[in-house]
Design a protein. Structure first.
Length: 159
């Protein structure tokens, strides 16, 4: 798929942390030189879209639209929740993770993926746009898996 965005920000998580990260990222990415797609993760009655400089901002997107947007983006900035990590791995994307403060499983996953040199992360309070330069040191989540031989796999359970 053709690359349309240099960065896609995909926000989620509980308030007030989602909102705090939204404001920090908008401020930090406002002067970023590339194109940025920003999905706030706020479900409302009507989808809204605005453009400010290099930022294209949506309040939310449908699952299908998010998948298309992820596929047309070079880098995804998002939380490090298990489902998000699995989705980005399946799509073979480069990611920068910002775990939700106090969500220990997200903090663990982000640190583990960083230690494996797959994706960098930063705590929310320490994030700034220069952190994104670290992405070149990481492989990304493009992990190729072979389909397991189910007959062999399930033979373990036969007597």
């Amino acid at each position: 798929m053709e690359t349309k965005y240099d960065i896609m920000v995909l926000l989620s998580g509980p308030e007030p942390q989602r909102n705090l990260l939204e404001h920090k990222l908008i401020k930090e990415l406002h002067y970023y030189e590339g194109s940025v797609l920003f999905v706030k993760g706020i479900i409302e009655n009507k989808q809204t879209k605005s453009t400010t400089g290099n930022l294209t901002i949506y309040n939310y997107m449908t699952s299908k639209a998010i998948e298309k947007a992820i596929n047309s983006s070079k880098l995804i900035i998002c939380r490090s929740g298990y489902t998000t990590v699995m989705d980005l791995t399946k799509l073979g994307k480069k990611a920068f993770f910002i775990p939700t403060p106090g969500q220990f499983e997200q903090e663990y996953l982000a640190e583990r993926l960083s230690n494996l040199h797959l994706a960098p992360f930063c705590n929310q309070e320490h994030f700034n746009a220069t952190q994104l330069k670290r992405i070149i040191q990481f492989k990304g989540l493009d992990m190729q898996y072979n389909t397991p031989d189910l007959e062999v796999l399930f033979s373990l359970f036969l007597k």
